[in-house]
Design a protein around this ligand. Structure first.
Ligand code: CO
Length: 131
């Protein structure tokens, strides 16, 4: 297991790139739209993990609501797992509150599922399985 990425909510990708690319010198991957989750996503590799900039496509999207409530900042932490269905089943069995009972397709074509922060120390947790 490893930290696949840290998701950061930002009003615009450009605003995020001004820090992570222009000031810190990270090389961004191409920006991609994940319509299903209402976000535009830009990944920047940092060592063997990534910063994931998340720009809402609308104020009603989950990230749009997050920004309105809390402003820009860390939105979620994503852990890479080998078998996302098995991990979800185990978390559920141990009492975690799943947002996604079954995995869906996220950025980079990965299978992803979110776990509610109420069962993960207040941190929105994303599981990622690379395909
Ligand atoms: Co993510």
């Amino acid at each position: 297991m490893k930290v696949d990425h840290i998701g950061i909510a930002t009003p615009t990708i450009d605003e995020g790139l001004a820090i992570w690319r222009d000031a810190l010198g990270l090389e961004p991957h191409a920006t991609e739209e994940v319509t299903e989750q209402g976000v535009r996503v830009c990944m920047l590799p940092v060592g063997d993990t990534h910063v994931e900039l998340l720009e809402p496509l609308s104020a009603e999207s989950a990230v749009g609501k997050f920004l309105a409530k809390r402003g820009p900042g860390i939105h979620h932490i994503a852990i890479e797992v080998r078998d996302i269905k098995a991990s979800l089943a185990e978390l559920k069995q141990k009492g975690a509150r799943l947002i996604d009972e079954t995995p869906r397709v996220g950025a980079r074509g990965c299978l992803v599922a979110f776990i509610h922060p109420s069962s993960t120390n207040g941190v929105l947790l994303e599981l990622v399985q690379h395909q």
